[in-house]
Design a protein around this ligand. Structure first.
Ligand SMILES: CC(C)(COP(=O)(O)OP(=O)(O)OC[C@H]1O[C@@H](n2cnc3c(N)ncnc32)[C@H](O)[C@@H]1OP(=O)(O)O)[C@@H](O)C(=O)NCCC(=O)NCCS
Length: 314
């Protein structure tokens, strides 16, 4: 049966760097509190860029790194919860700007787990023969949905995009995208909300924190099991970049002392669906993970939703 693999990655971040000291000018907070409780030192905030602008920039880089042409792409999927426009969707905007002539194109919204969900659907589409060459993107402009007077949220969220080109494997070649483990906890849906007309992000920080540090490690381990990869074999763990303490808590429970733990949150903040592909793209760009090595992706957040899979590094 045909599987899929990631052949290349790309990312984009706005040039404007916002420090913790900058935020301390807006709300009653300080650099030490933010570093200790969340682990963020800087974040990137868009000026004029839209979600589609950032998605296109990241996807354009991934496509340029792939050796494929725009005409080869037959599926574009964008994970985002911050697109303002209802139609056309972001995937169609990306396709138009990159000159991809006739792809299947859809957006999905599972908030911070979005990239792993989107990658799961792309893998399924390729395995079913419904697509051969896809671009999957996580892109967010959370700054547009942030209450800049609320110190419990404005210190956390940021903007950016990451993208991967995913293609069908050759006959006999093992799949480079492992089975997705995905699900949700609808009962806890109120814990992270961007609701209503002209909404702002609201969250019950402690209940999200508790859920993330207790419920997710067994689910991430299940993704390893379904891929037939022992946690000790992982070259890297790239979780959603929600909070450095959450990342450390999950990593500790996975028992992966030798794996690289992505901590892009330090310089990029929490970029929701963009955080996993952004962090993975940077690891690959810095050549920190060898090609072919197994990497565990795991997203989680609003919904509450989660999804993860083991992928082979391009
Ligand atoms: C939001 C979060 C950082 C808050 O950290 P916390 O350790 O739970 O902090 P608390 O909410 O208990 O607040 C502790 C104190 O710090 C204060 N505080 C809150 N935000 C602050 C800030 N930005 N700067 C300074 N003090 C702050 C609180 O008012 C409280 O003060 P008090 O003790 O005088 O009442 C943490 O709960 C978290 O990261 N949760 C997960 C959220 C998340 O990842 N969301 C995204 C999901 S994808």
């Amino acid at each position: 049966m045909t599987g899929s693999r990631i052949v290349s990655l790309g990312h984009y971040q706005p040039s404007r760097v916002v420090t913790n000291d900058d935020l301390a000018q807006l709300v009653d907070t300080n650099d030490e509190w933010i570093r200790d409780r969340v682990g963020i030192v800087t974040r990137r905030i868009a000026d004029g860029e839209t979600v589609a602008d950032m998605a296109t920039a990241a996807a354009g880089k991934a496509l340029a790194n792939s050796g494929l042409n725009a005409a080869d792409i037959d599926l574009v999927v964008v994970a985002t919860c911050t697109s303002v426009d209802r139609s056309p969707n972001v995937a169609c905007r990306v396709a138009a700007r990159l000159g991809i002539p006739a792809p299947a194109a859809y957006d999905i919204n599972t908030a911070c787990s979005g990239f792993a969900y989107a990658l799961g659907t792309v893998d399924h589409a390729i395995s079913a023969g419904a697509a051969r060459n896809a671009i999957v993107i996580g892109a967010e402009k959370l700054s547009e949905f942030t209450d800049w007077t609320d110190r419990s949220t404005c210190i956390i969220f940021a903007d950016g995009a990451g993208a991967a080109v995913v293609t069908a494997t050759a006959d006999g070649e093992p799949s480079g995208v492992g089975p997705v483990v995905w699900g949700s906890v609808p009962d806890k849906g109120d814990a992270v909300r961007i609701e209503g007309w002209r909404p702002y992000i609201q969250q019950e920080g402690q209940s999200v924190f508790r859920w993330a540090t207790t419920a997710l490690a067994p689910l991430a381990l299940r993704a390893c099991e379904r891929a037939g990869v022992a946690p000790s074999e992982l070259a890297a763990f790239v979780p959603h970049q929600a909070n450095a303490r959450i990342i450390d808590g999950i990593a500790k429970r996975l028992g992966i002392p030798d794996a690289i733990i992505a901590k892009d949150i330090v310089e990029s903040g929490n970029t929701s669906a963009a955080s996993v592909p952004l962090a993975l793209s940077k690891l690959v760009e810095r050549r920190e993970v060898p090609s072919g090595a197994p990497v565990l992706l795991f997203g989680f957040g609003g919904g509450l939703t989660y999804a993860g899979q083991v992928v082979r590094c391009p």
